[in-house]
Design a protein around this ligand. Sequence first.
Ligand code: NAD
Length: 377
Amino acid sequence: MVEYDEFGPEKILQVYDPVTGMKGFTVIHSTALGPGKGGIRMTPTVSVDEVSRLAAAMSYKCAMAELPFGGGKSGIVADGKNLDPKKKMEIIAAFARAIKPICPSMYVAAPDMYTAEAEMAVFAKANGSIQSCTGKPLTMCEGRSCGIPHELGSTGWGVFHATLVALEHKKIPVKSATIAIEGYGNVGSFAAKYLADAGAKIVALSDSKGGIYDPQGLDLKNVSEAKQKTGSVVGYPHGTKLEHGKIFEIACDVVIPAAQPDVLHDKNKDLIKAKIIVEGANIPAPISVEEYLHKKGILIIPDFIANAGGVISSYVEYIGGTQEEVFPLIEKRIVKNTRLMLERAQQKKISPRSAAMEIAKERIRSAKRLEDYEHHP
Ligand code: NAD
């Protein structure tokens, strides 16, 4: 069942193409602040309900990052991981043509699970508008750059700045901070690099094969070499190996989930020793577990604040900006809004997530009031 809240979903568009067999949908949660922004997920199990929840999360993420975007998300019911590449692109093109009437006026697409740069290039071409999606390849437009790929590390840069604000709040100097990061992909590896460059000690890292731990600190150059050579951080020749999930039990200042959903749960919530959790991944913990950890005194920077770097980069691409503009804007927005959230949380004695939701909803409400007035002055 699709859940409705005070803002949406405003529209749910379901599409089908009998020639390619493409079945998909786009959910637009809210357009009060601008066109719904959000990625296209291509999995066999994706549903309208799942996409609706993700679209709502995008509304709050964009509002919190002060972007002129609402929230949206798309799903294509197909095995994006294993599909024949040619067939996959045919399906993407069919989907892009089918949702043409709403792009980019009401919806601007992006990569999500099993869609990336190449799919965005096909999407934009078939849709007929360069503004119909972000996350396009850098070289997409002849003579000028019109794409900013997600692979530049923009989300990890934002996670890094959210972590700096959290450390400052807890009065822990970055140079003495110890950090554990779950996931060494796009988000995790860049967050690790920026934190290590700032002087923090990365004591544990993990990927899908397992984890590594060294209280003296890991050498990231060696970690990346090991990952390239052996396919996993577990190939790192020093320190001790960690079983799956054990990274959350390490004694350290900050733990950054940057891979899977629901990794913090009822069974491990009492084993977490970190003072700060910065959510690089989306929904790494159910709200009930977050509230429990908050009450125990652990500072949690929620996903929709900490990992907004990706959507801020998308905004720069959407307005035709350049790569050079991306990083300063992410730093500015994430630092400002993380501080704003923490101030409100402290003042009202509520969790950071509740404070951020209040701020995001206020921003959408005030835009909606203006919009309603324009329609019925
Ligand atoms: P990615 O595919 O680049 O990397 C994922 C990493 O997680 C890999 O290193 C993989 O080995 C590891 N992993 C998988 N299963 C694991 C497990 N059980 N234990 C430990 N590690 C495991 O993905 P990404 O782009 O870095 O995204 C990571 C998370 O961040 C996701 O939740 C994603 O939704 C979220 N996110 C990403 C972006 C972005 O711009 N890439 C933006 C916002 C949010």
